[in-house]
Design a protein around this ligand. Structure first.
Ligand SMILES: [Zn+2]
Length: 194
């Protein structure tokens, strides 16, 4: 059974084993049974490496038009694919509202807000990012990361899946395997409560 470290940001189902209490603290959306921490609801696994608390956060039913991402909306989502010049994002949050369904977002390298040649230095699959919707075409939300508050808010090590920590030089380090990676970070990287 893979531990929470290997499943950071991934979808879990009720009853899924997330770890043991010797290793992690049970947080919201979890319960403890015979020393094992399990998911009490379907959602996304988030392990805070600072206090080792495991939580499962979940999309809830949208209420009203504010739940549909439109130009100007600030959205949160998970990167599902990264290519040289663009990334696809599964949007599951608009403003502070969790959504029941995913919307598809597309982030092109020209809308990152930095001069970069490779999207892999901006965001990678599994990362969670905050972006602004700039247009909607064929039901695809085109996204921008231009601005201090926009960018990756949680990133996971490409080698081992652990959450990466931001260093003072803005590079990210994996405390588990020592790997160093780059992303376009939001100013509140690693400190966002979802
Ligand atoms: Zn690692």
């Amino acid at each position: 059974m893979p531990s929470a470290l290997d499943r950071q940001g991934m979808f879990v189902a009720p009853g899924d084993k997330l770890g043991v209490i010797e290793e992690f603290l049970p947080g919201q959306g979890t319960y403890v049974d015979s020393g094992e921490i399990r998911a009490s609801r379907a959602g996304f696994l988030l392990l805070n490496l600072n206090d080792r608390k495991v939580t499962v956060f979940r999309p809830v039913e949208p209420k009203g038009a504010n739940s549909i991402p439109k130009p100007g909306s600030i959205v949160v989502g998970e990167v599902s694919n990264t290519h040289q010049t663009y990334s696809l994002v599964r949007i599951w949050m608009v403003g502070h509202r969790h959504l029941a369904n995913f919307f598809t977002g597309l982030l092109h390298i020209s809308n990152v807000g930095l001069r970069v040649k490779n999207m892999f230095n901006v965001c990678r699959p599994g990362d969670i990012l905050r972006a602004k919707v700039i247009s909607v075409k064929n039901r695809i939300r085109h996204l921008s990361l231009a601005g201090k508050k926009l960018g990756v808010i949680y990133a996971f090590c490409t080698n081992c899946g652990s959450m990466l920590k931001a260093r003072e030089d803005k590079k990210l380090i994996c405390e588990n395997c020592g790997s160093i990676e780059r992303r376009k970070l939001a100013s509140d990287y690693g400190a966002v409560v979802l």
